[in-house]
Every structure is written in structure tokens, then in C-alpha cells.
Write a protein that binds this ligand. Structure first.
Ligand code: TYD
Length: 219
């Protein structure tokens, strides 16, 4: 018998500081003896990584962009996420469908009805068993102007990072809307505070669900 798989996703606008906390959480789960699958979207399989290159760098219209995000997601679910969950892994995935609703829906203003339809097709489980959704989504909620300051000059921006401030305002609103539609699936972590305070909030959310033991000393 292996433990039940766990599907955890991480969301937030660019600059919100996801990567550090994903790495820390991976270590905490390893310490707890769990097998991990660490992955990201768009990407996570050879095909999806090719689609990532295209979607982050080549000009295209919003429908094309949304279709490629979901095409990459379909391959990722089939090749990596579902097999890992079946093995009992903890799957830590840097972004998932909430990012499509926030960036393509909010940021680009693309039709949410179409995104919902794509979500239904791509995340359908076999035998009409419903939709694959994360067991928990950690949303690093950061005011867009703070994220912009953090990102300024940090690296060569991709097609999304190069967008103006108004785009990130809409992305942030897109995340807030998604959160409002399914608050039980999310933990919202206010991220305009020290890295240590953000990490404590993340760690506590996992302890409260019984997924990690309470740390004796907190970093
Ligand atoms: P990101 O996690 O920021 O990668 P990195 O830290 O390496 O830059 O993700 C890449 C970008 O892809 C990010 O700007 C958000 C965008 N994105 C979408 O627009 N839609 C999606 O569905 C996903 C998963 C990501």
C-alpha cells in the first residue's frame, strides 16, 4: 500500500516568489518520506516543453495561445501527472489551469466560456469520474506593482513578463476571480511580506491538512 497521491499547484503573477517556496516544500515532503514529482506548466514532458518554447517566445493570437496551453496540459496530465498520482507521489506543479484563466482569460481578455470548455475536455477523468483538479492550490497573492519592482531588470523577459502593468492588474484580478469560484481548493498566501513569513504561511497550510508534521523549529 502506498499513500494517496497529492496534486498541489502553485500560482501567482510573475515575481511573486513561487520557486523558492516550491523548493522548500519539496524538501519538507522528502523529509517526511514522500516520493515527489516536481514539474511545471507549460511544460513537464518533451512535447509540452516544445510547446512552452513556442508559447513563451512566438507571436500568436489568444485562441492559439489558449489551445497550446491546454495541448501542453493534456500531454502533461497523461504522461506525468496521472501516473505519478497513481503511484502515490506528491506532485508539486508550478502553475496549472488557474494560470490560463488568469493570463489568457484575465490578461488577454480571452473568452472564459471557451476556457471552461477546454478545461472540461482536457481534465476529464476516465469513466465520467469528473475532472482532475488540484487537491490544493497555493496562490501567492502579491500586488502587481510590487511584483513589477521585484522583476525589474532581473532577467530577459518572456512574452508575458514583457507585458505592461495593466496586463498584470488583469492577471491578478483573474486569479482573484478563480479563487472566488472555488475558495476551498485554495490557500491564499499574502506575499507582500518577508520570505520567512510567506514560508511559514505555506508550511502551516500543509501542516493543518495533516500533510506535513508540525516543525519543531521554524525557519
Ligand atoms: P513561469 O512559472 O513564470 O516560468 P518562469 O519562472 O520560468 O518564468 O511561467 C511562464 C509563463 O507562462 C508565465 O509568465 C505565465 C505563463 N502562463 C500562461 O500564460 N498560461 C498558462 O496556462 C500557464 C501555465 C503559464
Amino acid at each position: 500500500m502506498h499513500p494517496a497521491g497529492l496534486f498541489i499547484t502553485f500560482e501567482g503573477i510573475d515575481g511573486a516568489g513561487k520557486s523558492t517556496h516550491i523548493a522548500a516544500l519539496a524538501e519538507a515532503f522528502r523529509d517526511a518520506g514522500r516520493h515527489l514529482t516536481l514539474t511545471r506548466e507549460p511544460g513537464g514532458t518533451p512535447l509540452a516543453e516544445k510547446l512552452r518554447e513556442l508559447v513563451l517566445n512566438d507571436a500568436m493570437d489568444p485562441l492559439c495561445e489558449a489551445l497550446l496551453m491546454f495541448a501542453a496540459r493534456r500531454d502533461h496530465l497523461q504522461q506525468v501527472i496521472e501516473p505519478a498520482l497513481a503511484r502515490g507521489d506528491v506532485v508539486l506543479c508550478d502553475r496549472f489551469t488557474d494560470a490560463t484563466f488568469a493570463y489568457q482569460g484575465g490578461g488577454r481578455g480571452f473568452d472564459l466560456t471557451v476556457l471552461r470548455q477546454l478545461e472540461q475536455w482536457v481534465q476529464a477523468l476516465p469513466d465520467a469520474a469528473g475532472l482532475r483538479q488540484p487537491d490544493l492550490t497555493v496562490w501567492f497573492d502579491l500586488p502587481p506593482e510590487v511584483a513589477a519592482q521585484r522583476l525589474a531588470g532581473a532577467r530577459v523577459p518572456d512574452r508575458f513578463e514583457a507585458q505592461p502593468a495593466a496586463f498584470f492588474e488583469r492577471v491578478a484580478a483573474g486569479y482573484a476571480q478563480r479563487f472566488g469560484e472555488a475558495p476551498a481548493r485554495f490557500v491564499r498566501v499574502p506575499s507582500n511580506q518577508s520570505k520567512e513569513a510567506v514560508w511559514q504561511a505555506v508550511r502551516t497550510a500543509f501542516e493543518q491538512r495533516g500533510w506535513l508534521r508540525a516543525a519543531e523549529t521554524r525557519a
